[in-house]
Design a protein around this ligand. Structure first.
Ligand SMILES: [Ca+2]
Length: 327
């Protein structure tokens, strides 16, 4: 009897060991301290280790305020260590609060960009940037019909040639987005940006559920290594407090055979763009549209079939002629 018990215990222990090992395997993603930001921020008055800030950014003991709830403010917070990891996840705990109920703005932006600490019009940072930006836009600029309400979280990938168009809320350069209600909530609000094997996934935790809810996910996003993480915010005629509380960056695994840190020399690119909603000045596309290409291919196939049929007819005709000659 005792030996049977021992056998049972041994089995259970073995099972536990297996489970523990499995759990270990699932925690390969590990926190990159040099790209993370947690309380307390300041170390004896020497600034924040690995982070720089500029503009109206104010560091307190409980949050980093990028802009106060006042007009025409801009604040930035940039990681000073370039990200050498190919696959990563950035989690940002933030708070957007204000006294007004209807009109507020402009919003904040989370960056993975080549240029850092450069003041500009895109939510406090440089336009025509290189890299990725996730924009949490609280104010709808209303110039043209939109398919969504604000606040709206969207993504843009830029290789330095495109301009973010505030008047259209960036809709003609957006690669994906979702509506989110993150403003003036009492609990913690989080955004997660996951970049894994060229796939960008943005999720949020706004309901205080400790679980990620999907915003959007897009394949075919090419981003080089060596860019910087940053968070910036801006107010205009309308305003809000834009606060950052925590930033956590995790290194994610890469598939077998793919180095964790490579690709410093590619240009940022997105294979897919959302169809423009209200942008009219786009130059005529130089390449053929999908339908035209399809029709051309169909015509080509038809020509091939006709050629083959004619060929067969000529061949049969010749055969017949040669047979006739025998008789
Ligand atoms: Ca806007």
């Amino acid at each position: 009897m005792a030996s049977l018990h021992q056998l049972h215990i041994a089995h259970i222990l073995l099972l536990l060991a297996t489970l523990l090992r499995a759990a270990e395997w699932n925690t390969k993603d590990f926190l990159k301290r040099e790209h993370s930001l947690t309380k307390p921020y300041q170390s004896a008055g020497f600034g924040i280790p690995n982070w720089d800030f500029s503009g109206n950014t104010m560091v307190t003991s409980n949050y980093i305020r990028l802009t106060p709830d006042q007009r025409s403010k801009r604040g930035t917070l940039w990681n000073s260590v370039p990200c050498k990891t190919r696959n990563w996840e950035l989690q940002v705990q933030f708070k957007v609060t204000g006294t007004t109920k209807e009109l507020f703005g402009d919003g904040f932006a989370i960056w993975y960009a080549k240029e850092r600490m450069q003041d500009g019009p895109v939510f406090g940072s440089k336009d025509m940037f290189s890299g990725l930006v996730i924009i949490a836009d609280t104010y709808s600029n209303h110039n043209g019909p939109h398919n969504h309400n604000h606040p709206y979280v969207s993504a843009m990938v830029n290789n330095g040639t495109m301009s973010y168009d505030h008047d259209r809320d960036g809709t003609h350069t957006t690669i994906g987005g979702c509506e989110v209600k993150f403003r003036n909530v009492a609990h913690e609000t989080w955004l997660a940006i996951r970049y894994e094997n060229d796939k960008l996934t943005v999720s949020h935790d706004l309901q205080n559920k400790n679980a990620w809810a999907p915003c959007f996910s897009i394949d075919g996003i090419k981003l080089p290594t060596g860019y910087y993480f940053g968070i910036t915010a801006a107010t205009g005629d309308l305003s809000d407090n834009h606060d950052v509380i925590t930033v956590k960056t995790y290194e994610l695994d890469t598939p077998a055979g793919v180095s964790k840190d490579e690709r410093a020399d590619i240009l940022p690119a997105a294979e897919y763009f959302e169809p423009p909603r209200d942008h009219k000045e786009d130059p005529a596309p130089s390449s053929l549209s999908g339908i035209k290409t399809f029709l051309l291919l169909m015509f080509g196939a038809f020509c091939c079939v006709v050629c083959v049929v004619i060929g067969i007819m000529i061949y049969q005709n010749q055969q017949e002629n040669s047979r006739k000659r025998f008789y």
